[in-house]
Design a protein around this ligand. Sequence first.
Ligand code: BGC
Length: 414
Amino acid sequence: MNKPAFAAVVAAAFVSASSAFAEPQAEVLHWWTSGGEAKSVAVLQQEFAANGGTWTDMPVAGGGGDAAMTALRARVLSGNAPTAVQLKGPAIQEWYEEGALADISAVAEAEGWANVLPASIAGHMQCEGAWCAAPVNVHRVDWIWANADILTANGIAMPGTWDEFNAAAEKLQAAGIVPLAHGGQAWQDATVFEAVALGILGADGFRKAFVELDENALTSDAMVAVFDQMRTMRGYVDRNFSGRDWNLATAMVMNGEAAFQIMGDWAKGEFLAAGKAPGVDFLCASTPGDGFLYNVDSFAMFNVDGEDKRAGQALLAKLIVGKNFQKVFNLNKGSIPARTDVALDEFDSCAHLSARDMAASSESGSLLPSYAHGMALRGAQSGAITDVVTAHFNSDMSSADAVKMLAEAIANSM
Ligand code: BGC
């Protein structure tokens, strides 16, 4: 063996020996702080520890993750990125383009991710041909949750159309019951808005408006009708909705203080953590209309120094997509596994409905990325839409003005 080749062999042996002995470390930035969320992330912490890892927790409270993303930017700007970060949708590619993300292709290839993830999910985890994030789950956003006793006592069925929803809400209001539990935070307004938009615009209209940002779709009469429905629903929330956290709104439904909540299935994680059973204490149904809005949680690994941290990243990535972890985590989180080969026998009826509807909407072309949860658009554009949605919901702005503002906001954000 010539000298350079010998040196290369020694160097390779050294690298693998040092990573074999490096103790996996990870500082993990996430926003899973509610009851159900904390139980879910604990599953990952335990599995990491059981495999020799040391986890440093960096929780940043705030549903939807806006505060977590602000904290992330500050850390990266100060040259001290966390090891692993809850990150999703096009923000993954944005950070990769900044040169901030590690390539985790070696783990993805060794674990055969391409064979166990649906192509629609795998696409979100790849950056310029490399794997750059690991998916945890599939959350559905377009859900309506209800207190079972309240509906029975008032002779109300789960609404199948928005008109039925409005009729149920009027009836509840007349009986002195708050129809809609809501927290007045921008991302929650956006969550309700996109569920209404999917129902009223239909899957193609939603795609044109919130994926393709088509001006005609954004300014259509149907979009005016979406804002009209938002205005109607503003009348169904209680007086103290402003600033309320989403899990407190879920608790209102749980405790019989309100009938419905429109929220992604992380709300189911709250019901379950409180010992409530689907079909008995609470009911789940997709919001009126066809289609499925998906929101995939994932973790990206940031460029960091140190063998121990890199070993931590590789271990975390491997565990996150692991088959048993995907089952146990999602049983707690309210979502369904991202992997297609996890048996759903232990999952409840809401999860089965989610899996069925996801498969059917994928077939029919109505499986759509959630704009409100950062799956469809880059931050500047989704932020511009949410600003209008919130400004409209919290004022007496007309639907026509909201639609005009929407088109302008999108044009300015490009
Ligand atoms: C995340 C969920 C989380 C929810 C509320 C969503 O954007 O995808 O994992 O539970 O926000 O914090």
